[in-house]
Design a protein around this ligand. Structure first.
Ligand code: IPM
Ligand code: MN
Length: 364
């Protein structure tokens, strides 16, 4: 347990500052006058690239590395690109993942009461996508080749170490959960394309080796293409899904769509020494500055942050605050009290944040 936890806040672009500031307010409300959190703000992203010529300053990286946790709004502006066509605004997230070895991207997909799923008879949806975050197809970023302007290659990298640690992470996570909503069984699903590509067949074989060490948790395989169907037709079957980087990127958006959209989807990127927390969504430049951004995803990410910090430092105050933040979100959504526009309501970011803060301060 520490007396103070340093939280490095990077607001970023588009709606990033709106959802980031809403979340810092909620965190302050959760602790009142005796907050163990200390926030410092640092620049990064596409706007900073336009203004200062760099998307991720060295000082910001140092602050991230030294902090107890990193909280991010969102980043990216379409058209602000490097000469190779990739987006400058994404440098922050992608560089951080690599330099801090944030290998486990944890994306809970949970349908909250009061939120309507576009799925008919969805039933309960409560699973976690564990996305391998340090290799796979993303390992090629900045290292792929464009030959003579006519041949482009981005290799897909899977290592034994990388697969073992992410699969182990998934099984350990399953042990802390109550199983799949449909049958209460603890289950880890390996999502791959082992029928076609060697790299995924290797992923699956290492998965099977690790799975044998967890006889108390059910293990199964699903091919990525079939997975997109199952996540629509029987989401309540799933508990923990572990998958390669690019597949995890794609199915986490699909999963988010089933629980109210990207605005409801938090994300934690964890390494052995650092944790990075944000919503899964992007910077939504089309609605930036209008006060209508949905802050729930980032607020829920801050609950993941407190939970991770609390367990890491054996600090019950933080775990308890995480529970209260989740409860406040449930309170605001229940009876459709504070639905943002993407959820079919009319509540703006401020209104939602006010409701969350009042609840967290015990005034609602
Ligand atoms: C995500 C995002 C990122 C990704 C971008 C911003 C680099 O889409 O976190 O899912 O592709 O991983
Ligand atoms: Mn994504």
């Amino acid at each position: 347990m520490k007396t103070t936890y340093e939280i490095c806040v990077v607001h970023g672009d588009g709606i990033g500052p709106e959802v980031g500031k809403a979340t810092v307010r909620a965190l302050e409300a959760a602790f009142g006058d005796t907050s163990p959190l200390h926030f410092s703000e640092h620049p990064a992203g596409a706007q900073h690239f336009l203004e200062a010529g760099e998307s991720f300053p060295g000082e910001t990286f140092e602050a991230c590395r030294a902090a107890d946790a990193i909280l991010h709004g969102a980043a990216g502006m379409p058209g602000v690109v490097h000469p190779d066509g990739t987006e400058a605004g994404l440098d922050f997230t992608l560089t951080l993942r690599g330099k801090l070895d944030l290998y486990a991207n944890v994306r809970p997909i949970k349908l909250l009461p009061g939120v309507r799923s576009p799925l008919r008879d969805a039933g309960a949806i409560d699973y976690v996508i564990v996305r391998e975050n340090s290799e796979g197809l993303y390992a090629a970023r900045g290292a792929g080749t464009l030959l003579r302007g006519e041949v482009a290659v981005d290799p897909l990298v899977q290592t034994r170490k990388g697969i073992e640690r992410i699969v182990r992470f998934a099984f350990e996570l399953a042990r802390t959960r109550g199983g799949a909503p449909r049958d209460g069984r603890r289950r880890v699903t390996c999502c791959d394309k082992a029928n076609v590509l060697r790299s995924y067949a290797f992923f699956r074989s290492v998965f099977d080796e690790i799975a044998a060490q967890y006889p108390d948790v059910e293990a199964e395989h699903v091919l990525i293409d079939a997975m997109t169907v199952h996540l629509i037709n029987r989401p309540s079957h799933y508990d923990v899904i572990v998958t390669e980087n690019m597949f995890g990127d794609i199915i986490s958006d699909l999963g988010a769509a089933t629980i109210g959209g990207m605005g409801m989807s938090p994300s934690a990127e964890l390494g052995d020494g650092n944790g990075f927390f944000q919503a899964s969504h992007g910077s939504a430049p089309d609605i930036a500055g209008k006060g209508i951004a949905n802050p729930y995803g980032t607020v829920l990410a801050s609950a993941l942050m407190l939970n991770w910090l609390g367990r890491r430092h054996a600090d019950a105050r933080l775990v308890e605050a995480a529970d209260r933040i989740e409860a406040a979100v449930n309170f605001a959504l229940a009876d459709e009290m504070a639905l943002s526009r993407d959820l079919g309501g009319t509540a703006g970011s401020e209104e939602i944040t006010d409701i969350l803060c009042a609840r967290l301060r015990g005034r609602a």
